[in-house]
Design a protein around this ligand. Structure first.
Ligand SMILES: NC(=O)c1ccc[n+]([C@@H]2O[C@H](COP(=O)([O-])OP(=O)(O)OC[C@H]3O[C@@H](n4cnc5c(N)ncnc54)[C@H](OP(=O)(O)O)[C@@H]3O)[C@@H](O)[C@H]2O)c1
Length: 272
């Protein structure tokens, strides 16, 4: 299959370009800077296009891999060139607004909102890939794409764009929020003084918090601020932190132990 990746110079775009090439596809990438696109393409061993328009010409599948604020501009630019035979997916981390934009601009090709639930350093095996079809044509395409992604080792899930975004508030926004607060608390407490005596659990948490704060602030602010359920999830976190702090301050050992046991049983059920 011939696959064009717009934003193929970015983190996810490069990852998909290399991955899809390894799977036997012909891949062509574009970015805003033609020289950068050529450099990146050479390093991965794929083709570079001089522009987004050139990239989509002749592609069976177009993958749009740009940050949310740039999506509309890309759609406006490529839509006049797209044909009925072509398929277009975006991989934006939120889905309701991007899917609406794709419907607004792309009238001839079949479109599909997707969200790979992993970053560019991940191993594909068992990683979740969410598809958000909204009508019969998109559902058919989602089944086809889903089969291909399953063959590639992904766990494919289908939902609506709105349900996807509601879920993202709990799965991504809350997780990132815990990372920011953890790193900020350590900074406030000047934890560097104790780093040489750190424990296994501290090192584990340090790795997690570092992976969160080292990510792209532009993308992460979007996930925090434009997902409707983020603030609900974060309020629950703050409330539970206060509750735990109350148990500790009151030295309520029996409640502490009962709650820990209850949570252990709960997480056992959640384990994947
Ligand atoms: N990073 C993650 O962990 C992750 C996970 C799942 C989904 N996603 C989604 O994947 C998408 C890409 O994220 P990313 O982390 O790869 O971001 P990124 O590293 O910033 O890459 C975005 C790319 O978009 C390109 N771009 C911007 N405007 C463009 C335009 N008008 N025409 C062509 N290319 C343009 C940029 O190219 P140049 O700068 O070279 O011009 C840049 O390389 C986002 O929608 C994000 O929500 C990210």
């Amino acid at each position: 299959m011939r696959i064009a990746i717009i934003g193929g110079t970015g983190q996810m775009g490069r990852w998909f370009a290399a991955f899809l090439k390894r799977k036997g596809n012909t891949v062509i990438i574009s970015g805003r800077d033609r020289r950068k696109a050529s450099r990146v393409a050479r390093s991965i061993g794929v083709e570079a296009a001089g522009s987004n328009i050139d990239a989509v010409g002749g592609a069976d599948l177009v993958i749009i891999s740009v940050l949310p604020p740039y999506l509309e501009r890309v759609l406006r630019e490529i839509s006049p060139r797209l044909t009925e035979k072509q398929r277009v997916i975006d991989i934006t981390s939120i889905k309701a607004v991007p899917v609406r934009l794709m419907h607004r601009y792309i009238k001839r090709s079949v479109v599909l909102g997707t969200h790979p639930m992993f970053g560019p350093s991940a191993d594909t095996k068992g990683q979740n890939f969410i598809l958000t079809p909204t009508n019969a044509k998109e559902k058919r395409f989602a089944r086809e794409l889903g089969r291909m992604l399953s063959d590639y080792g992904f766990s494919v899930r289908t939902t609506t764009p709105e349900k996807h975004d509601a879920m993202i508030g709990y799965i991504l926004s809350l997780t990132h929020f815990i990372g920011f607060v953890t790193a900020d608390t350590w900074k406030t407490l000047r934890m560097e003084r104790y780093i040489n005596a750190s424990s296994t659990s501290f090192k584990f948490l340090l790795k997690f918090a570092k992976s969160v704060v080292d990510s792209d602030p532009g993308l992460y602010s979007y996930i925090q601020m434009d997902v409707p359920t983020s603030s609900k999830a974060e309020s629950a976190f703050v409330k539970q932190a206060r509750m735990w702090s109350g148990i500790v301050r009151k030295r309520d050992r029996s409640r502490f132990e009962a709650r820990m046991n209850e949570l252990s049983r709960y997480l056992e059920r959640l384990e994947i």
